[in-house]
Every structure is written in structure tokens, then in C-alpha cells.
Design a protein around this ligand. Structure first.
Ligand code: HXC
Length: 257
């Protein structure tokens, strides 16, 4: 039984994880970390699911890691427990994750959104890394993923001043895939996830892996990795089917498992 999230299947082959701590603006406590990463891992292993949407509420995607839970901890507590390392499990999810962000995505909330593959923002979304205002620094990837996403200048600005940026600024900076009206956010995110889930499952996982490789490696290694993975798509049913369908002017019937 989950306490901090709900998990639904609102469309064919699409799962929806909704953060559900409204009184704390979806602040991410340890239980939320375990429930989100646990649900995502389970859905990743489910052949009936092709893509996962992660969302919060209209007011807050997530207002950060739970400050009240962190406040009394000592250095040795957080060091010994390797506090936040558990979030790495989300990076091991091989199916596409779509973040649907409205309202506050601050600190750990911004970092959680950045762990997803597509980031769809409502016009109301506000992003920031305000940890500096608490006397700490980002601890779930903010200084690394934000810098890779938006560059050093803006990452420094956000991490050092703690200011927030709105959806328009975040899109201009390259953090956000698309901006949509708040009342259509969830539908747009579910539509995007359904589109992805309708594609070839192996090609989808390979595309995600190849794009992510760009964050981990140099250009020539990345290009070689891409080419080898591209070659391997020719071993799949879906390459034969996708290209035959194009030639025969019909919709492809991809295998999803
Ligand atoms: C715990 C939180 C919380 C958080 C909000 N709440 N954010 N509780 N952890 N991160 C709680 C408030 O205490 C309050 O509970 C309730 O949610 C509503 O929040 P308000 O502040 O009353 O709402 P509002 O005035 O609208 O302001 C919204 C807000 C503000 C601007 C988002 O709540 C805020 O600044 N929150 C903290 C944002 C932040 O600093 N995030 C980064 C955390 S550190 P009560 O019970 O009082 O009604 C982090 C990474 C740490 O994420 C990594 C390094 C270790």
C-alpha cells in the first residue's frame, strides 16, 4: 500500500505515478523516494507498460526534499545512509519517463523532474534549486543535471541565488521539452506517453539509452555507441515491420514485448 503516491493505468500501455502529499506540497521524504523508485522499477518490468508519466498537483510537482525530515540529521547520519543515493534507481529505468510539471518544482522536485526523459511543463511551472537558502547544496543531481541541461551560467545563477525560473525561461534554457496550458497538462503528457508506448519497445529503449549516453561520454565514443545500437535494431522484428509498413503505405504493427 503506498502512502505518498498513487499509481494508475489511464491509457493503454501508459502508467501514471502521481505524487500525493498535498499538505507538504509533495515534499519528497524517504518513503516517497522508496515508493516512487519502487513503482517505477515494477512498471519498468511490466510488459503491459511502455511509458510512465510522473506528476504532482496543480500547485506543486514537488517543493523539494522534505526539509522537516532532513533538519535534525547529522553529517554522520546522511553520510552513513548515503542520503538520496536511492534515487539513482530511477536512472536505471529503461522505459521512457515523462514528467508532467505544474507549480513548484524546487530543489529535489526540480531534480526529480530532471531524472525524467521528457519534461512537459504547465505555464504555471516554477523551477529552482533553492538549497543555498537552507545552507546546503543540491543533493539529488541538481548541480550536475541542471548544468548539463541549461549550461554553467544559468545553473550557477539558480544554485547560487536560489531564485526560481518560470516555464518560459526554463524552455528557452533547454530544461523543458514543451510548455502547455495548465488544464491540458496531464492529457498532453499522457498523449506523449501513449505515442511513445505505441512505438517499438526495443527501439524506444535503445533511443533513450543512446541519448543518455551523450551525457556520459565524448563525441566519438557516443557516435560509435549510437551506430552499433542502430546496427542492432536490424536484428529486431520491429525494424523489418516498420520499414515494410512504410513501403506498403500502412501503419506498422510493432511488438511490445
Ligand atoms: C517539507 C514543505 C516543503 C519541503 C513546503 N512544505 N515545502 N515541507 N519540505 N521542501 C510544507 C510547508 O512547511 C507547509 O506545511 C506546506 O508545505 C505549504 O507550504 P507553504 O510554505 O505554507 O506554502 P507557500 O507559502 O505557498 O510557499 C510555497 C513554497 C515554500 C515557496 C514552495 O513552501 C517553500 O519555499 N518550500 C521550500 C522549498 C525548498 O527550499 N525546497 C528545497 C528543499 S531542499 P505547514 O505544515 O507549515 O502548513 C532539497 C534538496 C536537498 O530539495 C538536497 C541537499 C541535502
Amino acid at each position: 500500500m503506498t502512502e505518498t503516491i498513487t499509481v494508475d493505468r489511464p491509457r493503454e500501455r501508459v502508467a501514471l505515478i502521481t505524487l500525493n502529499r498535498p499538505k507538504a506540497l509533495n515534499a519528497l521524504n524517504l518513503r516517497a523516494m522508496r515508493e516512487i523508485t519502487g513503482a517505477a522499477a515494477e512498471l519498468d518490468g511490466d510488459p503491459e507498460i511502455g511509458a510512465i508519466v510522473l506528476t504532482g498537483s496543480p500547485r506543486a510537482f514537488a517543493a523539494g526534499a522534505d526539509i522537516k525530515e532532513m533538519a535534525p540529521r547529522s553529517f554522520s547520519d546522511v553520510h552513513a545512509a548515503d542520503w538520496f543515493a536511492g534515487w539513482d534507481a530511477l536512472s536505471r529505468v529503461r522505459k521512457p519517463l515523462v514528467a508532467a510539471v505544474a507549480g513548484y518544482a524546487l530543489g529535489g522536485g526540480c531534480e526529480l523532474a530532471m531524472m525524467c526523459d521528457l519534461l512537459i511543463a504547465a505555464e504555471t511551472a516554477k523551477f529552482g534549486q533553492p538549497e543555498i537558502t537552507l545552507g546546503v547544496i543540491p543533493g539529488m543531481g541538481g548541480s550536475q543535471r541542471l548544468t548539463r541541461a541549461v549550461g554553467k551560467a544559468k545553473a550557477m545563477d539558480l544554485c547560487l541565488t536560489g531564485r526560481t525560473m518560470d516555464a518560459q525561461e526554463a524552455e528557452r534554457a533547454g530544461l523543458v521539452s514543451r510548455i502547455v496550458p495548465a488544464d491540458t497538462l496531464l492529457d498532453e503528457a499522457l498523449d506523449a506517453a501513449a505515442t511513445i508506448a505505441g512505438m517499438s519497445a526495443p527501439a524506444t529503449m535503445m533511443a533513450k539509452e543512446a541519448v543518455n549516453r551523450a551525457f556520459e561520454t565524448g563525441l566519438s565514443d557516443g557516435l560509435l555507441f549510437e551506430r552499433r545500437v542502430f546496427h542492432s535494431t536490424f536484428a529486431t522484428h520491429d525494424q523489418k515491420e516498420g520499414m515494410a509498413a512504410f513501403t506498403e503505405k500502412r501503419e506498422p504493427r510493432f511488438r511490445h514485448a
